[in-house]
Design a protein around this ligand. Structure first.
Ligand code: CAA
Ligand code: FAD
Length: 380
C-alpha cells in the first residue's frame, strides 16, 4: 500500500492549485454575487485539459486517471465550487457517459469538443416528480422509427442554460418500468427544446441551474445511447463515477475552509494571544484536519477503485456521504473560527459554507447514499 502521490499526480495537483489561485480566486466573490457563469474560465480549463481529464487523448482528452480527476476537483473546489461542478458534470457524467457507453459515431461527434471545453455538457435525469425516485420518469420519448419524439420537463439542470450537449433520460416504454427507459443525446437548438428561467440559489451561484422543457423534440435514433432499455442502468452507472467527483468537490470545499481557518487562527489575537492558542479553537482545527484526512482517504479509495476496474458503487457512495458531511461541519466551524469576519463575503468562508450544502443534495442525497450503501453491505 502506497499513500504517496506519484510525481505526475503532484504536478497535476499543483497545476490545478496554481490555476485556482491565479484564475478562479480573483473574481469568485463577484461571480457568486452576480450568479455569473465562468464562461471564459471554462475555456481556460478546457485548454488545461480539465474538461476531459479521463477522456482518451484520441478524442481530445487528457488521458489521466481518476486519482488525477479527484486531485483537480479538490483544488478547484477549495476556491470555486461553482466552477468545479461544471467540471464534474462535464467529466464524469457527460464525457464518461458518452465514452463508456456511446458508439463510435457519438464519440467522434461529441467527445473532442466536450473534452476541450469548446462544448459544455449537461446531464438531465431529475424531474419535478422524479428526483431521488429516479425510476419515476415522466418525460417520454416515443419511438417513431428513425427518430424519437421527446416530451417533458427536467429540472435543476446544471449548466442548463449554457450547455451544448444534453444527456436526457426518458421513458420510452412505460409497461417495462425502469427497463423501458433510455438515454439520448440532445443538442442545444433542437426544435421544441426550451430553457426555462435560471434558479436563484443559496450556493454554487456561479453555476447555471435551469428547468428544461421538451415539446415534441425530434431526436434522431442514432442519438440513443446503448441498447434499447439501457437508460436507467446508464444513469446509475454514470452517477457512480459522478459521485466520486462530488465527493472530491466536498473534500475541496472542506479543505479550503480549513486552510483559511487555520491561517486566520494564527494571526487573529484575543485575550493577548493568537486565537489558535485557545484550546477551544485549536481543537476545532484538530477536528477539521482529522475529518478532512478521513474524507480524503475515502475519496482516494473510490477513485482508486475506479482506476483498478473494481466496482465503485459503494465506495463512491461512502465517499460522497462522508465528505459532504465533513464539508458541512468544517465550513460551519471555519465561519465560527473567523468570528464576525466569517459572516462577511470578503473572507470566503461564508461562501464555502453555502456551497457545502449542495454536496449533500445533488447526485443523490445523503439519504440516497445510505440506501445504496445499506443495500450493498446487507447483500453480503
Ligand atoms: N449500476 C447498474 N445498475 C444499477 C445500479 C448501478 N449502480 N443501481 C441500480 N441499478 C439497477 C438495479 O439493478 C435495478 O435493475 P434490475 O431491476 O434489472 O435489477 C434498477 O437499476 C433499479 O434499481 P433499484 O431497484 O435499486 O431502484 P430504486 O427505485 O430502489 O432506486 C436509487 C435506486 C439508488 C435510489 C436510484 O433511484 C438513485 O440513485 N436515486 C438518486 C438519483 C440521483 O442520484 N440523481 C442525481 C441527478 S444528476 C445530478 O444531480 C448532477 C448534479 O447535481 C451536478
Ligand atoms: P426529493 O427526492 O423530493 O427528496 C426530498 C427529501 O426526501 C430528501 O431529503 C431526500 O433525501 C428524502 N428522501 C427521498 N426519498 C427517500 C427515501 N426513499 N428514503 C429516505 N429519504 C428519502 N439533477 C440532474 O439530473 N442534473 C443536474 O445537473 C442536477 N443539478 C442540480 C443542481 C442543483 C443546484 C440542485 C439543487 C439539484 C440538481 N439536480 C440535478 C437535482 C438533484 O439531483 C436532486 O435535487 C436530488 O437528487 C434530490 O431530488 P429532489 O430534489 O426531488 O428531492
Amino acid at each position: 500500500m502506497d499513500f504517496n502521490l506519484t510525481e505526475e499526480h503532484i504536478m497535476i495537483r499543483d497545476a490545478a492549485r496554481d490555476f485556482a489561485q491565479s484564475e478562479l480566486l480573483p473574481g469568485v466573490i463577484e461571480r457568486d454575487n452576480k450568479q455569473e457563469f465562468p464562461q471564459k474560465l471554462v475555456r481556460k480549463m478546457g485548454d488545461l485539459g480539465f474538461m476531459g481529464i479521463m477522456v482518451d487523448p484520441k478524442y481530445g482528452g487528457s488521458g489521466m486517471d481518476a486519482i488525477s480527476y479527484v486531485l483537480i476537483m479538490e483544488e478547484l473546489s477549495k476556491i470555486d465550487a461553482s466552477a468545479s461542478v461544471i467540471v464534474s458534470v462535464n467529466n464524469s457524467l457527460v464525457c464518461y457517459g458518452i465514452e463508456a457507453y456511446g458508439n463510435d459515431a457519438q464519440k467522434d461527434k461529441y467527445l473532442n469538443k466536450l473534452a476541450t471545453g469548446e462544448f459544455v455538457g449537461a446531464f438531465c435525469l431529475s424531474e419535478p416528480e422524479a428526483g431521488s425516485d429516479a425510476t419515476s420518469q415522466q418525460t417520454t420519448a416515443i419511438d417513431k422509427g428513425d427518430h424519437y419524439i421527446l416530451n417533458g420537463t427536467k429540472n435543476w439542470i446544471t449548466s442548463g442554460g449554457r450547455a451544448d450537449v444534453y444527456l436526457v433520460i426518458a421513458q420510452t416504454d412505460r409497461d417495462k418500468g425502469h427497463h423501458g427507459i433510455n438515454a439520448f443525446i440532445v443538442e442545444k437548438g433542437m426544435a421544441g427544446f426550451h430553457v426555462g428561467p435560471k434558479e436563484d440559489k443559496l450556493g454554487i451561484r456561479g453555476s447555471d441551474t435551469h428547468t428544461l422543457q421538451f415539446n415534441d423534440v425530434k431526436v434522431p435514433k442514432e442519438n440513443r445511447i446503448g441498447e434499447d432499455g439501457f437508460g436507467f442502468t446508464f444513469a446509475m452507472k454514470t452517477l457512480s463515477g459522478g459521485r466520486i467527483g462530488i465527493a472530491a468537490q466536498a473534500l475541496g470545499i472542506a479543505a479550503g475552509a480549513y486552510e483559511l481557518a487555520k491561517k486566520y487562527s494564527k494571526v487573529r489575537k484575543a485575550f493577548g494571544t493568537e486565537i489558535c492558542n485557545h484550546q477551544a479553537i485549536a481543537f476545532k482545527i484538530a477536528d477539521m484536519a482529522t475529518q478532512i484526512e478521513a474524507a480524503r482517504m475515502l475519496v482516494m479509495k473510490a477513485a482508486w477503485d475506479k482506476d483498478q476496474g473494481n466496482n465503485y458503487d459503494m465506495s463512491s457512495a461512502m465517499a460522497k456521504l462522508f465528505a459532504s458531511q465533513v464539508a458541512m461541519d468544517t465550513t460551519i466551524e471555519a465561519v465560527q473560527v473567523h468570528g464576525g469576519n466569517g459572516f462577511v463575503k470578503e473572507y470566503h468562508v461564508e461562501r464555502l459554507m453555502r456551497d457545502a450544502k449542495i454536496t449533500q443534495i445533488y447526485e443523490g442525497t445523503s439519504e440516497i447514499q445510505k440506501i445504496v450503501i445499506s443495500r450493498g453491505v446487507l447483500k453480503d
